[in-house]
Design a protein around this ligand. Sequence first.
Ligand code: CTP
Length: 469
Amino acid sequence: MINFSTQLKRFPFLEAASEIAAELSFEIFIVGGFVRDLILKRDRKEIDFLVVGDGTEFAKKYAKQLGVKKVTVFKNFGTAHFQFGDYDLEFVGARKESYKKSSRKPEVVSGTFEDDIKRRDFTINTIAVFISKESFGTMIDLFGGYEDIKNKLIRTPIEPMITFDDDPLRIMRAYRFAAQLGFEVDESINEAAAKLKSRLSIVSQERITDEFLKILASPKPSVGLNLLYYAGVLEVILPELSNLAGVEQRNDYHHKDVFNHTCEVVDNISKITENVWLHFAALVHDIAKPQTKKFVEGTGWTFHGHEELGARMMKPLFKKLKLPMHKLEYVEKLVRLHLRPIALAGEEVTDSAIRRLIVSAGEDLEDLITLCRADITSKNPRKKSKYLENYERVMKKVWEVEEKDKLRAFQSPVRGEVIMKVCNLKPSKKVGEIKKAIEEAILDGKIGNNYEEAFQYLLEIKDEFLKKG
Ligand code: CTP
C-alpha cells in the first residue's frame, strides 16, 4: 500500500485537518491536482479537500483552528475556500454530479466518496489520500491513476463520452495535460473528443482560451496543437489555424504545409522563451497565408501581403478569443514585421532602412528577431546556417546604426513646445505633422539625430508647412 505521510510532512497544517476530522467524525481526503503533482514532484499551492460530510462546516472549523478569519463559501456549489499562508485550500463535500445538458453548471446532490471520484475528469486526477488520523497519508486509487501517471497516460475513469458530455471543457483539459505534462492521450479520448467537439459551445470562451493558452505555454505546444487538430477540435475553437493545414501541388511547385510549419515555429520559440505572447505571435504569424495564396506561372506559390493582412486579423481574433487587449499591439507588430528583417539582409542595405526597422519594432526588436530565427524551419543545414547568418548581419547593422544614433526611444529631438513657439502655433494637428517631417528627415539620413540639425531643419521647412494653412 502506497503511503505519502513522509511527503506530507512538508505541510504541517494538515495535522490540524486530521484532528478536526476526528472531532466531527468526517472522512477527509486530499484529491485531484495536488496528489497528481505530489507524485510528479511538481510544486503546487492549491490543495483540494474532499469531505464526506458537510464540506463547509469542516472548512469553517479548520480555518478557526488555523487562525484564519476569512472563509469564502459558495452555497450553490457546496464548496468553501480559504487562504492559509501561500496556500489556497478548497473544500468540497462528496457529491454525485448530474449535469444539465445546456450548461456546465452541475446540479449538486451529495454522494459517497466513490460517486465523487468517478465523476472527475481523468484517472490521474482521481487519486485520493487519507487525511484522517488512523490512516494518514494512505493512497486510495480506484481507477489506476497511479499507474497512469507512471505510464504517462491520460485516460478517463469512466466512458469518455460520459465524462466529456458532463463537462465538455474536459476535452480541452485532456490536451492541455498532454502538452503540459508530456503525456500520451488514450485513443478513446480522441474518439470521444471528435464526436463531442461541438458541445464546447456551452463552455465560456474565457475557459476555452485559458486552456488553449496553457497549451501554448507548455514546453512543446505542438503536442497539444496536433491533438486538437486531429480530433477536429481546432476547427471548432480556432478555424483560422486549422485552415493552415494542407499542401497544394501545381506543376512542379508545392508549398509547405503551413500548419506543420507553424507548429515547428511555436516549438522553436518555446525552447527559447517562456513569454506566451511571443508563442502566440509565432502561432499566428502566417495566419493570412490561405487568403493571400496565389499561384504565379513560372514563379510558383506566393503569399504577398500575408503579414499585413495577418496583422489586421488580430483585432477581431483577440475579441473573439477574449484575449487581453493590452497585448494586441505587441502581437500585431510582430506579425506585421516578421518578414522585414530578412528583407534587410542584403549587403547594400542603407542605414535609413535599418533605422526604420529599429523605430517600427521599438523595444520589441529582440523578440522580433527571436521570432524570425524560430521561423527558419529548413531541414537543409547549409540553408539554415545561411539564414541564421543573415539575421546576425542584420543585427550587427542594427547595433552599428544604434550606436551612431541612439535610436531606441526615438522621437524628434525638437519637441512639440519648441515647434509651437517657433511657428507661433497652438497645440494642433499641424504641430504633429511638422514633428513627423523632422523624424522622417532623420530616418532618411538627411539630417543627423541631434537638436542643432533638427532645429535648423525646422527653420527650413516651417514656412512651407505654415503656407499650407
Ligand atoms: N475537475 C474535473 N473536471 C474539470 C475540472 C476539474 O473533474 N473540468 C476535477 C479534477 O479532479 C481536478 C480537480 O477537479 O483535479 C481540481 O480542478 P482544477 O484545480 O481546475 O484542476 P487541477 O487538476 O487541479 O489542475 P490545474 O490546477 O493544473 O488546472
